[in-house]
Design a binder for this molecule. Structure first.
Ligand code: PHE
Length: 347
């Protein structure tokens, strides 16, 4: 036999033996062992490549080609076997494991909006329908905006109506109502007409109890323009009450006093718990107070940049917490800000 014939026979044997061994392989582990043995660095085919240098020059390309073919054949056979094993494994799982697609899925826990946010959004929608814009003003305010520009200069006794959280910075406090936003909107838009609501958190330094919290939400209503009248204030509040509390909701204004409105009034709506007949919620009066209102005081208009000889306006401020409390008959106002999921889940 020539060198060439010897080498060729050797290669053919490598291939036949490799393929025969592959037929016996029936697991992925065995397949990997086969790969190392038959195609790895110290496998017989690879040995042929490394001993190529010892062959005659003319023989090298021929042998190289033949060895390559054997390697490719083995590689292709390996791949074929791998696929077959995978397919068999899949068939086996499909046959033995059962997937019950009729089992109900695990329900997703759905989040929801805080009851105060829900009420606030309803209010915003109602005023939005009437053409009002929403304006957000700061919760940390200056003494000027919270009091002075609202016609309460320093030491004015009316300041005592609001128990105030002062900060350690002189002249800076936590707003006790949303009214300071009135002057902010006016200063931003004077002398344009204004139709805005200002929702937000307000804070008062009070004893916390089932009926009062130090933190609560208000919505301020502000309209400024030429010839804005008290009748429009009353009409707007009526309209709001009908949309908020139902078509048959009644409203009533009671004379009151605020330094920043003149004249001023308290707004009541017919008790939505008893329908006005009298119950413990309305303390047998048939009415529930929802906030204060009035015609914007000339001094406030001036601070806002409007000439009170030309412009007039009305303002109202409503508390959200108390009416939400009554609406859902919640027994304790502290639930709102306790973050107890068992409470929040109910809305
Ligand atoms: N800011 C007042 C309060 O918190 C309510 C109010 C607003 C009254 C606007 C009149 C006009 O008590």
């Amino acid at each position: 036999m020539t060198d060439k014939e010897t080498e060729m026979t050797k290669l053919a044997a490598i291939q036949t033996q490799g393929l025969a061994a592959l037929d016996e392989v029936s697991s992925t582990e065995a397949l990997e062992a086969w790969r190392v043995e038959n195609l790895g660095r110290s496998s017989p085919v690879m040995a042929v490549f490394s001993s190529m240098g010892k062959l005659d020059k003319e023989l090298r390309p021929v042998m190289g080609k033949a060895a390559n073919e054997v390697r490719q054949t083995l590689e292709a056979a390996l791949e074929g076997r791998r696929q077959k094993l995978e397919e068999e494994a899949l068939q086996k799982t499909l046959a033995t494991e059962k997937l019950d697609v009729t089992l109900p899925g695990r329900p997703m826990e759905r989040g929801r909006l805080h009851p105060l946010t829900q009420v606030l959004r309803r209010i915003i929608r109602i005023f939005g329908d009437m053409g009002y814009q929403v304006y957000y003003s700061p919760e940390v305010e200056t003494d000027d905006y919270n009091f002075t520009f609202l016609n309460m200069p320093p030491y004015h006794p009316a300041r005592d109506m609001w128990d105030t959280f002062y900060t350690t910075t002189e002249g800076v406090l936590l707003r006790t109502h949303t009214s300071p936003g009135q002057v902010r909107v006016m200063r931003e838009h004077a002398p344009e007409p204004i139709r805005a609501i200002l929702p937000g958190t307000t804070m008062r330094y009070e004893q916390i109890s089932a009926r009062s919290e130090i933190e609560f939400a208000q919505v301020e209503v502000l309209v400024v323009g030429e010839k804005v009248t008290f009748a429009e204030l009353k009409g707007t509040l009526d309209d709001f009450a009908h949309r908020m509390f139902g078509e048959h909701a009644r409203t009533r204004l009671r004379p009151s006093h605020f330094p920043f409105t003149e004249p001023s009034a308290e707004m009541d709506v017919g008790c939505f718990v008893c329908g006005g007949e009298g119950c413990p919620v309305c303390k047998e009066t048939g009415w529930l107070e929802i906030g204060g209102c009035g015609m914007v005081h000339p001094v406030v208009l001036e601070y806002g940049g409007y000439d009170p000889e030309i412009y007039s306006g009305f303002a109202a401020g409503m508390g959200i917490d108390r009416s939400t409390l009554m609406r859902y008959r919640i027994d304790d106002i502290r639930h709102f800000r306790n973050n107890d999921i068992r409470f929040l889940r109910q809305f």
